[in-house]
Design a protein around this ligand. Sequence first.
Ligand code: ZN
Length: 418
Amino acid sequence: MNSSTQLRINGDRLWNSLMELAKLGATEKGGVCRIALTDLDRQGRDLFTRWAREAGCEVRVDQIGNIFARRAGRDNALPPVVTGSHIDTQPTGGKFDGNYGVLAGLEVIRSLNDAGIVTEAPLEIAVWTNEEGSRFVPVMMGSGVFADAFTLEHALAQRDNDGISVAEALASIGYAGAAPASAAASPVGAYFEAHIEQGPVLEANERVIGVVEGALGQRWYDVVLQGMEAHAGPTPMELRKDALLAASELVLEVNRIALAHAPHGRGTVGWIENYPNSRNVIPGRVKLSVDLRAADDVVLSTMDAELKEAVQRIAAKGKVEATVEQVVYFPPQPFTTTLVSAIREAAQAQGMTWMNVISGAGHDAVYLARVCPTAMIFVPCLDGISHNEIEDAQPGHLEAGCNVLLQAMLQSAGVASS
Ligand SMILES: [Zn+2]
């Protein structure tokens, strides 16, 4: 039994697999463009399933196209210990976002094969469909259906800008599977996801492993400020209903609200539309997005109330009409303490530097956490940059995260023989 805690994965093989997969959809700037349910996605899926079968796994595909590669355990009546992520990318994506979590899972299984270790519970690698949401919304589609966040029918009916539905796209790439896409039908014993951090915190603190304790809750809004267009010259300042002026105050207010709820409060206005957007016309209407995030649901509700109060105050002062519509709500999602501890202990036992972190971004793991014990492992990415072709990560960090994954999975699944 002791030998399994000494087992380490093969970092070169992990790196080579990442580089091989990154050839599919490779961009000139060194990134990857492999949009969900395109032919390149099919090629990536085909490569993964070939590798998984070569590693002795049985592969099944569910009705939303999620792929599960299963390595038998000693007791196959036990629910599997699952790891994975996604292999679809943003149009200007990188080699590691998602791909790392999938191939780290594959490397765990290859290493167990090399060492002849049989786990008590079976292991599975999951490749979740359309995590990025770039071609089809909602994002995290495959894991969302699996965790019953929305229905299979809803997901299959979504269409891209060309009018092609998810159902049609799945069929056209040959990944419209038959297995039920549901955690109720396929219970998961534990879920781990290794991922690049996509932020700068680990690098800034010079830590290799992010022990992810949970994910921030999110509220997204569409705000419309309705003033009145008027000539920029003849209209005195005090008689204007300037929607962009009100919007400017709101942008500052969103920033203030987030700062007042440090360290985990976040507030962003990332999209804005100004009408009529003409040099010598007082802006008559502004639409903008607001994105609020917090680690605690009470704090997030407070931020929500503060936003609505600020909009009313700014609208009254600026003599504009305001509407605020919430369009997305994800509650904060804590991960499972025992699994989080297992990750921390594995990092510590292997002498790695680590720190506790909270994920600011959504991940498939956030949906999985609704239906099974779940935790995530972060590793640094260069300058915290992702969703960018220059996204980069160090082979040694990727190897370290995969070694932590291996030990955390072994602890959850149990070692039957080695
Ligand atoms: Zn990702």
